[in-house]
Design a protein around this ligand. Structure first.
Ligand SMILES: *[C@@H]1O[C@H](CO)[C@@H](O)[C@H](O)[C@H]1NC(C)=O
Ligand SMILES: *[C@@H]1O[C@H](CO)[C@@H](O)[C@H](O)[C@H]1NC(C)=O
Ligand SMILES: *[C@@H]1O[C@H](CO)[C@@H](O)[C@H](O)[C@H]1NC(C)=O
Ligand SMILES: *[C@@H]1O[C@H](CO)[C@@H](O)[C@H](O)[C@H]1NC(C)=O
Length: 397
């Protein structure tokens, strides 16, 4: 009798489970499993058709829809997941995505565009397999050959969350945002070798209300790069290294008439073994604009070559010439409680433009030692501001 009861119970539970999965409801989401649309996770088959079919049905669903990618390795050609959709869209990535050998759109791999209400997460991985392409190292470094693919590109996403995603060995940037508003990114892990070319961690352009938190980035270029048109960018609890630090800019290198970045907070972050720490760079070019209202606070740096640096003479390659000073106004910048070891003997560089000197720079409690012992110094030109609290190196103000 007991055995039969147990059997009935198992049968009932199985039924419940099957019913639950079939109805595809999960936390109120209607689930669209790519495997049901023919996706094959063998690491060989290209899955664009199955993924796009799942996406398009989910996108038409009136309500919360979830595209589910179960565990396994899926090959994808460059792909565009396009909105607008009828309801909230979740992309629940449990598996590993890898790019097809040669991508149809060679500079973007996975793109999401025009989505209002978006979630990307699930603990899965984007593996760009960049090492297959980085051998064009010299031309990539000099920006004179066709760019490789950005792993994840988010365009015109409004009210979104990206969390618990890993990106490894992106060919170009790991993630790039354009035209996004109100996007929270957290618990990400982005990694590529320190000498991989142009592998920015997160690139932000023309976007507002972006939060990045609890994220580890070790890569070959900027950990975070904040570009023109960005407003209210909050970065906290980010660990950066290896990499080129958290950068605003470069601004003024695109040939646009005017560029601006307003409202950046970088708080409670650590840098380890990076070439730069907190950096603001503008090209020596005729572009006008403003970079203002930045707060850098509670930041620890270990063996960073240029811990605090404003560089308005940025001119890594033509067409700029060093004769045109930058016309971008840098102002209202606070550096508060920043400490650690510097790899160079210049821990604070404020190299501002002679046409528009930096204004209202505030240095408070800055404390650096040279990584190999000895003292560090500040190097400033055309910078105006004030300092108080501990100042090591001695401040220019
Ligand atoms: C992002 O975080 C902020 C503050 O923590 C919150 O107000 C906002 O609603 C969040 N946005 C999304 C899309 O979850
Ligand atoms: C960003 O940080 C600033 C200053 O700490 C704060 O006023 C603002 O509300 C934050 N914005 C978001 C979107 O979290
Ligand atoms: C900094 O990086 C070095 C080299 O990768 C590593 O050995 C060290 O443990 C790191 N330090 C911290 C505090 O993370
Ligand atoms: C700072 O500016 C001077 C010229 O004013 C230049 O010689 C120097 O290389 C600059 N340093 C950095 C780190 O940009």
């Amino acid at each position: 009798m007991g055995l039969i009861l147990a059997f009935v119970r198992v049968l009932f539970l199985t039924f419940l489970l099957v019913w639950y999965t079939d109805a595809g409801a999960s936390n109120g989401y209607k689930v669209f499993n790519v495997k049901k649309y023919g996706a094959v996770s063998d690491g060989k088959t290209e899955n664009n058709k199955a993924f796009l079919k799942a996406w398009s049905e989910a996108c038409q669903w009136h309500g919360k829809a979830m595209v589910l990618i179960p565990r396994g390795v899926y090959i994808l050609d460059s792909v565009l997941f396009l909105g607008e959709c009828n309801g909230y869209m979740a992309f629940n990535l449990k598996g590993i995505l890898k790019p097809k050998g040669s991508l149809q759109t060679s500079d973007q791999w996975i793109t999401f565009r025009y989505i209002k209400g978006f979630f990307l997460g699930g603990g899965g991985t984007l593996d760009g397999e960049g090492y297959k392409h980085w051998n064009r190292h010299d031309c990539l470094k000099n920006h004179n050959c066709h760019p490789l693919a950005i792993s994840l590109r988010l365009e015109f996403i409004q009210n979104g969350m990206v969390s618990h995603i890993r990106s490894i060995n992106s060919q170009n940037a790991h993630m790039s945002l354009f035209g996004c508003v109100n996007l929270n990114m957290s618990n990400l892990r982005l990694s590529a070798p320190g000498d991989s070319p142009n592998t920015d961690g997160i690139k932000i352009g023309s976007s507002e209300e972006i939060k990045i938190s609890k994220t580890r980035i070790g890569t070959g270029d900027d950990c975070v790069a904040i570009l023109s048109g960005s407003k209210n960018i909050n970065i906290s609890q980010v660990h950066c290294g290896p990499g080129h630090g958290i950068s605003v800019g470069s601004m003024g290198g695109e040939g646009s008439v005017t560029e601006s970045v307003v409202g950046v907070t970088v708080k409670d972050c650590t840098f380890n073994g990076t070439s730069d720490g907190t950096r603001i760079k503008t090209w020596a070019s005729s572009t006008t604009g403003v970079a203002s209202n930045f707060i850098y606070e509670n930041i620890r740096m270990m063996n960073v070559a240029n811990p605090i640096i404003i560089d308005q003479d940025y001119c890594p390659y033509p067409p700029c010439d060093m004769k045109t000073p930058s016309r971008i106004q840098i102002k209202d910048i606070t550096f508060n409680n920043i400490w650690g070891t510097s790899e160079s003997n210049v821990a604070v560089t404020l190299n501002c433009s002679r046409t528009v000197p930096c204004k209202n720079i505030l240095l408070k409690d800055i404390s650096f030692f040279h990584g190999r012992g000895g003292s560090v110094r500040s190097l400033c030109s055309n910078a105006r501001g004030t300092s108080y609290g501990r100042q090591r190196p001695p401040s220019c103000f």
